[in-house]
Ligand binder design. Structure first.
Ligand SMILES: Nc1nc2c(ncn2[C@@H]2O[C@H](COP(=O)(O)OP(=O)(O)OP(=O)(O)O)[C@@H](O)[C@H]2O)c(=O)[nH]1
Ligand SMILES: [Mg+2]
Length: 491
């Protein structure tokens, strides 16, 4: 679909920079360029010879000037692209000018005065999508690259931009489409083609389910990579939570003292942990206290556990396990949060000693309350996330921090499909993937229970519909508007 108007925008970030880019796209893009641009070679030519025609994919040095006037605005490099071989699939012009907000605004105004209109958010990419240059997963990958907070995230987004996710979806779609055609042919021409065997239907459906499940699993890591993983550090006062936050951040963000109860309120800071954007939350230490302010802080710690996706349960290696740890363990186990038990102050522990006074985990408590407390503690000190739990670290010397980072990274990006597929689904894509899976599972059930094959076609078409919406092959205007509303103007 080719638009009938021309859009223009400043594509670089606002503010002063070495260079900036103003671009326009649409049927009049080249005409506008001819009106407001004059190649440098013309400064030596007689006026009568001053007619310039852009050449596609060629850079030309020259001046932006008001049409039919000698008033120059800037010396620039202009690159013209002839559609459909451009980012938008339309005629496109990019003006690389000096990075002054005054200059960029003047150039944009000139474009607007000469036939363009101001582009909406993401409209250049939207035009690329509508003209078939990109599918919707690629367009969304552009947004992911722009907003990536870590190198890892930008590398995965680039892989999606190259079309890897889209290809995987297309491959599943192709097999399902072939299956639909084959079933329909069997229904329409029972004599010539014959009904398809149930085992063939099951084989194709199972394979599609397996591939879509791999794709759907990447949505979890995708969420952490896009939105950041919320990680709360909890423990008794003085365990070294704020010291750990500072050590992971590599700067003294939180106040650290040897006075228990130093941190009164939760502190949040973003940090890159081995390529995972993590939002670290340092919390007030948990203990019984009469202090009203501290009590509020402890309530916030409990809230932080509920809101976090992963919790570091920090144990003071010198103090070992006490009532405070039992209270925290109880809260953690009850919340169902994933957590990592970590013993701090390893620099003060002798030899093989892993933690101060550890309780006996054999369940030998005298009464049932004690027994259940020790069982809980045993559960809280082992971790399905990390075989080496409890990890031993020193927030002071930095020892063990690499292991901790490794555990956080592998928990967040545990899924092998992420590496295999070289990309991750976003929330919209994940929901559609699940929708498609639901229809395929319903189809499998219907086939197994002996329903006629025309009933299966309905589920197959619905599964295909969800995949088409995922890739953008069939998508409503509303969805397109929502996807591109997250872009910035000029992209
Ligand atoms: N030797 C040693 N001391 C540590 C370590 N981590 C923290 N400390 C010390 O322990 C004391 C308490 O550290 P904080 O980081 O303030 O502890 P916290 O858990 O944030 O304490 P609250 O805010 O009171 O809950 C400080 O004196 C730190 O220097 C460590 O790994 N080794
Ligand atoms: Mg603290």
């Amino acid at each position: 679909m080719i638009a009938d108007d021309t859009i223009a925008a400043i594509s670089t970030a606002p503010g002063v920079g070495a260079i900036a880019i103003v671009r326009f796209s649409g049927p009049d893009a080249w005409t506008i360029a001819q009106k407001i641009f004059s190649p440098r070679v013309f400064s030596e030519s007689p006026k009568s010879e001053k007619h310039w025609t852009p050449k596609s994919h060629m850079a030309t040095i020259g001046y932006i000037r008001k049409p039919d006037s000698e008033q120059y605005i800037d010396e620039v490099v202009l690159i013209a692209y002839q559609g459909p071989n451009s980012y938008t699939g339309e005629d496109l012009v990019e003006i690389n000018c000096h990075g002054s907000p005054i200059v960029t605004r003047e150039i944009l105004t000139l474009a607007l005065q000469n036939g363009a209109r101001l582009a909406q958010k993401g409209e250049f990419t939207k035009r690329g999508f509508l003209s078939g240059r990109l599918d919707l997963t690629q367009a969304e990958a552009v947004l992911d690259i722009i907003h990536s907070k870590t190198e890892r995230q930008s590398h995965l987004a680039l892989s999606a931009l190259k079309g890897h996710l889209g290809e995987e979806i297309k491959a599943v779609r192709k097999r399902l489409l072939e299956l639909t055609t084959r079933i329909v042919a069997g229904i329409d021409f029972p004599e010539e083609v014959g009904e398809l065997d149930l085992s063939d239907i099951e084989a194709v459906t199972d394979q599609a389910i397996e591939r879509l499940e791999s794709l759907a699993r990447t949505a979890r890591s995708g969420r952490y990579l896009r939105e950041g993983l919320k990680l709360a550090i909890v423990g008794r006062p003085n365990a070294g939570k704020s010291s750990l936050l500072n050590a992971l951040l590599n700067f003294e963000r939180a106040i650290v003292t040897d006075v228990p109860g130093t941190t009164r309120d939760s502190i949040e800071e973003p940090v890159d942990v081995n390529g995972v954007p993590v939002i670290l939350i340092d919390t007030a230490g948990v203990r019984a206290t009469e202090d009203a302010v501290e009590q509020i802080g402890i309530e916030r710690t409990k809230k932080a556990i509920d809101e976090a996706e992963l919790v570091v349960f920090l144990i003071d290696g010198l103090k070992g396990i006490g009532h405070e740890e039992e209270v925290i363990a109880e809260k953690l186990l009850e919340s169902g949060r994933s957590f990592l038990p970590v013993v701090n102050k390893s620099d003060l522990l002798r030899g093989e000693q892993s933690v101060g006074p550890l309780p006996n985990f054999s369940g030998s408590g005298e009464n049932s309350r004690e027994q259940s407390a020790t069982t809980k503690m045993a559960g809280a000190l082992s971790s399905p996330i990390c075989a080496a739990a409890p990890l031993k670290i020193s927030a002071k010397s930095g020892s063990g921090l690499d292991d901790l980072k490794g555990c956080i990274e592998s928990w967040a990006l545990a899924d092998a499909s992420l590496q295999e597929l070289g990309g991750s689904l976003n929330q919209r894509q994940g929901e559609l993937c699940h929708k498609s899976l639901d229809f395929l599972k319903a189809l499998k059930q219907a086939a197994a229970s002996g329903l006629p094959q025309d009933c299966l076609v309905t589920d197959l078409r619905s599964a295909l519909g969800a995949l088409d919406e995922l890739s953008g092959d069939s998508v409503t205007e509303e969805v397109i508007t929502e996807v591109f509303a997250n872009f910035c103007i000029g992209k």
